[in-house]
Design a binder for this molecule. Structure first.
Ligand SMILES: *Cc1c(COP(=O)(O)O)cnc(C)c1O
Length: 380
């Protein structure tokens, strides 16, 4: 197979055979002419079941994660929902990492909970705790997110896949933070990769989407049935924007990682900052595992300040870093998780420190980003 960046540019992106257009056209048609009843050209019948622009994105996603099947959805949570509904039955449990994306916890506890699905949380860095939790009560799904959001905890995908499989669980990895450019969970033993393509894959903060990538043919068929039957598909324009973003994923992740590393070093040396969470730091507790399972350490850095008031003031004082939810775009963003992205998990087992600020480091000049943070730290 060709290299990652070659696949990112070319998989699913052959030029249009009728016109030679180098960029394949975006197919907006909701329905397809039939050559006699049931005579489909290329299998396309109706836009919910399949669309050529979405198929191109799915082929590209499968190639990036090294999976046999990829499915594209209207959002990351729509992708998660389809997977969970395909894999779970009433009475089943999901064992979640204790600082996964808050929306994942909310979806399972507050939506699927009403259909009899249980959720338990555990620190996924503690392999003994995971094995014990699975031994106490089986879980149908072991749900891992690494690096995690917003504390950048690192868990060992290979070890968790082994422990999960020994206990008969399906091992799912949310790979949104690393992206396939930095980490490929299927190769490490995971069964399913989940993405919010809204983040690094789209990469430009202009499209909401989600994806699943997996190898198992039977599970892929079940998930594709839910995608078709429940209908949370990505629209053609969304699929095309995601495809366009993906072509530059490799170079963007290099730059995000370079800038984040420079910012983490700057923050570590600043006397107002009480903690810095970045897996690239040698002092990070998951540094060695991250160095083994990731190519680079990614673009998210979290920091802690003396108290909640300082954290809030800092988050409101930057200029280049825009105060906004989400992450993974070319522009830098700052977020105060306790009252923004993680407000829904306040008071639960997934609550985050009120002293924490999360940075999504963009691809601007590192010197300008550091000057902006330095200025915001001086107003504290
Ligand atoms: C944003 C995000 C999601 C949810 O994706 P949406 O596209 O917002 O639905 C899931 N997991 C992680 C890690 C995320 O950052």
């Amino acid at each position: 197979m060709s290299g990652f960046d070659t696949r990112a540019v070319h998989a699913g992106q052959a030029f249009d055979p009728t016109t030679g257009a180098v960029i394949p056209p975006v197919h907006f048609s909701s329905t397809y002419a039939q050559d006699g009843i049931g005579g489909l050209r290329g299998g396309y019948e109706y836009g919910r079941s399949a669309n050529p622009t979405r198929s191109a994105l799915e082929e590209q996603l499968a190639a990036l994660e090294g999976g046999s099947h990829a499915l594209s959805f209207a959002s990351g949570l729509a992708a998660e929902d389809a997977l969970l509904r395909a894999a779970l039955r009433p009475g089943d449990d999901v064992l979640l990492g204790d600082d996964v994306y808050g929306g994942t916890y909310r979806l399972i506890s507050r939506v699927l909970g009403a259909w009899g699905v249980g959720v338990r949380v555990v620190d996924m860095r503690d392999l003994d705790a995971v094995a014990t939790a699975l031994a106490e009560r089986p879980a149908r799904i072991l749900w891992v997110e690494t690096p995690s959001n917003p504390l950048l905890k690192i868990s060992d995908i290979g070890e968790l896949a082994r422990i999960g499989h020994d206990a008969g669980a399906l091992v799912v990895v949310d790979n949104t933070f690393a992206s396939p450019a930095l980490q490929q969970p299927l190769a490490l033993g995971a069964d399913v990769v989940v993405h919010s393509t809204t983040k690094y894959l789209g990469g430009h903060s202009d499209v909401v989407g989600g994806a699943l990538v997996l190898d198992d043919d039977a599970l892929a068929e079940q998930v594709r049935f839910v995608q078709f039957a429940a209908g949370a598909v990505s629209g053609p324009m969304d699929a095309w924007l995601t495809t366009r973003g993906i072509k530059t994923l490799g170079v963007r992740m290099q730059r995000h990682s370079d800038n984040a590393a420079a910012i983490a070093d700057f923050l570590v040396g600043h006397d107002r900052v009480t903690a810095v969470h970045y897996p690239g730091l040698a002092t990070h507790p998951g540094h060695e595992i991250a160095a083994r399972q990731m190519r680079r350490f990614g673009g998210i850095v979290s920091l802690e300040l003396a108290d909640a008031a300082s954290a809030r003031r800092f988050a409101e004082s930057t200029r280049l870093f825009t105060l906004a939810e989400s992450l993974g775009g070319v522009e830098s963003l700052v977020n105060y998780p306790d009252a923004m992205t993680h407000a829904s998990v306040r008071g639960t087992e997934l609550a985050v420190p009120a002293t924490l600020v999360r940075l999504s480091v963009g691809i601007e000049d590192a010197d300008d980003l550091i000057a902006d943070l330095d200025e915001a730290l001086t107003v504290l």
